[in-house]
Structure formats: structure tokens, C-alpha cells
Design a protein around this ligand. Structure first.
Ligand SMILES: NC(=O)c1ccc[n+]([C@@H]2O[C@H](COP(=O)([O-])OP(=O)(O)OC[C@H]3O[C@@H](n4cnc5c(N)ncnc54)[C@H](OP(=O)(O)O)[C@@H]3O)[C@@H](O)[C@H]2O)c1
Length: 310
């Protein structure tokens, strides 16, 4: 991407979108166009088409989506399917009509089949049924990846996609009821420290392994791919490193300075024993994550302390 080219970051105020804006600024891209949802509702086809006709961005990074935890997904499967289909159809088609040179669509690792072998390779997508608790979201995201692939094949559009693993970092949702495991556990452990709790309870045995990527590393990979990747096949983005929930909790104890005891509630489910991505393809192309989990957790906790009031 040329440094002065007009780049549209959709979802710029979200966790991933704001990291992409920071990364673009760090690299000297100063010509960005952004819109809040109040200014441009991406589910509105006419408004999106008008925006592209007027602004004519050269590059698009689509980081806007309806995103949520298990409870939100289960309660509103139709909304997750409908809104995400609308957002991505409108943005991808309008980008095509407006002659956008390159577009990046973001999938997510939770759309791989529920039973797929681990670590998940790119070719396992659609080898089985997605997790039923979020299949509305998964089906929309799979359609987005496929639409980019088909646009690439039929029209020669350079519309590429990536499949990020679990992300943590700044601007995350720290509410334990709706947030993902890292921010949820961080917030609960911070509160346990404040309250002087002797014990900290964790669902399951602590042995389940998950993969965590710092959001700034994801943003770095996305901008790097926009500049280097020309293929239609989507790519996994992750660390390729599995971390057990117990290891995560021990790291967080150190970062937060909590000295109570970790108690594993084995009456609660562990979920899948291991879930992480095969990242050999992106490694072969030359990209690797740079933020180790401990360092990412320290930065995230500092951000949380500075911003939790707002
Ligand atoms: N977080 C993760 O762990 C993770 C992992 C893998 C992939 N991803 C992918 O990364 C992308 C961004 O996720 P995120 O975690 O950054 O989510 P997020 O923090 O909720 O940000 C999503 C952004 O999209 C905007 N948006 C939603 N609906 C919109 C609409 N109808 N019109 C205009 N803007 C709209 C939101 O605006 P408002 O703030 O106004 O709602 C928000 O700025 C998603 O595609 C997600 O699948 C995330």
C-alpha cells in the first residue's frame, strides 16, 4: 500500500480496528477514512454504496462485525447471522463496484468445525459442522471468506481473508459475563486482589489449552499481509502456541500481584481439550508473532488499570 493511499478501516473503534489504526499510524499511513456506526450503519446497503462512491478508498480493511461471547451468540443467533451477512455483503460488494484495489476480510478461528483436528489447518474449514452455540456467526463469517474467494476468482478482485485466533489486549471487553477468557479472568482476579480473597475459582481442571495472540501483533500481521499477500486462500494468524488455562492463571497472578490460591472447579466443563491454529503457512511467508504472552498480559493489565473507569 502506498503511504498516501486512502485506506478505509471499517470498525476502527473496535478492539481489532483500533489496533489496525495504531499500526497504520506507526508505519506512516496518514490518509485514513473512518466512520462510526452512527455516521455509517454498515447494514444499510444504500448508505454503504453511497459512502464508497463518494470516498473512493483504494484499500479496505473490514474489521467491523457483530461480535460477542457464547451467551450473546446463543441468545441472538439470527442477529449474528443477519447483521454480519449484511455488513460484509455491503462492504465487499461496494468495494468491488468502487474498484477497490485490495480488501482484507477478518474471519475467526471459532468457525472451524467443532471436531476438527488440532492444531487447525486452513484446509479443515467446512470439513464438519461448526460449534452449534455460535453457528449463526460462523455461517456468516464462512460466507464472507467464500465471497472474497469467489470475487477473486470471478472478477480478479484482490480481496483476501485471514483467520485470527483468540485475541487479547487493549480495548477488550473486560466484563466476565460477556468477555473472553483473558479479559474476563483479568478483571475477576483484579477484583479478588482488591477484596483480599484467599481463593480464586476457575471453571474446569485448568488443563484445557488455548492460544492467545496480542491484538497489536494481529494488526501487524494484517497490514503486513495487505502489503505482501496476493493469494485468494485465507491464512491462519496466531502464535501456534497452546497455553493451558492453569498456565494463564499463574501468569496473571504474577502480572496482577494476586497472592491467593487458584482453585479449579472440576464440576464445571473444560470444553475442548486443545484448540489452536496451525500457523505454518504464514510462518513460511515470513510473519511471526512478536509479543510473548507474559509481556502482552502486562501491557493489557496496565491499559486496564488506566482505562477501567471509562
Ligand atoms: N476479538 C477477538 O478475539 C477476535 C478473534 C478473531 C477474529 N476477530 C474478528 O475481528 C473483527 C473485529 O472484532 P473485535 O473484537 O474488534 O470486535 P469489536 O471490538 O466489537 O469491534 C467491532 C466494531 O464493528 C463495529 N460495528 C458493528 N456493527 C456495525 C454496523 N452495523 N455498522 C458500523 N459498524 C459496526 C462496532 O461499532 P460499535 O462500537 O458502534 O458497535 C465496532 O467498532 C471481527 O470480524 C471478528 O470476527 C476478533
Amino acid at each position: 500500500m502506498e503511504k498516501n493511499a486512502l485506506i478505509y478501516v471499517a470498525g476502527h473503534a473496535g478492539m481489532v480496528g483500533s489496533a489496525i489504526v495504531r499500526e497504520l499510524a506507526r508505519l506512516g499511513y496518514a490518509n485514513l477514512v473512518v466512520r462510526t456506526r452512527a455516521e455509517l450503519d454498515l447494514t444499510n446497503q444504500t448508505a454503504v454504496a453511497d459512502f464508497f462512491t463518494k470516498e473512493k478508498p483504494k484499500y479496505v480493511i473490514l474489521a467491523a462485525a457483530k461480535v460477542g461471547g457464547i451467551a450473546a451468540n446463543m441468545a441472538s443467533q439470527a442477529d449474528f447471522l443477519y447483521e454480519n451477512m449484511q455488513i460484509q455483503n455491503n462492504v465487499i460488494w461496494s468495494a468491488h463496484t468502487a474498484g477497490v484495489k485490495k480488501l482484507m476480510f477478518l474471519g475467526t478461528s471459532c468457525i472451524y468445525p467443532r471436531e476438527c483436528p488440532q492444531p487447525a489447518k486452513e484446509e479443515y474449514l467446512l470439513d464438519g459442522k461448526p460449534e452449534p452455540t455460535n453457528d449463526g456467526y460462523a455461517l456468516a463469517k464462512i460466507s464472507g471468506l467464500k465471497l472474497c474467494e469467489k470475487m477473486y476468482e470471478q472478477y480478479g478482485d484482490r480481496f483476501i481473508s485471514c483467520m485470527p485466533t483468540n485475541i487479547y489486549g487493549f480495548c477488550d471487553d473486560f466484563d466476565p459475563k460477556s468477555g473472553h477468557v483473558v479479559p474476563g479472568m483479568m478483571q475477576r482476579m483484579h477484583t479478588a486482589k482488591q477484596n483480599g480473597d484467599k481463593e480464586f475459582s476457575i471453571w474446569g481442571s485448568g488443563r484445557a489449552e488455548r492460544e492467545f495472540l496480542f491484538v497489536d501483533d494481529l494488526a501487524n500481521a494484517i497490514v503486513w499481509l495487505m502489503n505482501t499477500y496476493e493469494e485468494k486462500d485465507f491464512l491462519n494468524i496466531g502464535t501456534g502456541v497452546g497455553t493451558s488455562i492453569k498456565e494463564l492463571a499463574v501468569l496473571l497472578k504474577g502480572v496482577i500481584g494476586y497472592d491467593g490460591e487458584l482453585v479449579f472447579d472440576t464440576t464445571k466443563p473444560d470444553g475442548a481439550p486443545r484448540k489452536f491454529l496451525d500457523v505454518s503457512k504464514i510462518h513460511k511467508l515470513g510473519w511471526k508473532y512478536s509479543t510473548e504472552l507474559k509481556s502482552g498480559l502486562e501491557k493489557t493489565y496496565q491499559w486496564y488499570l488506566e482505562n477501567r473507569a471509562s
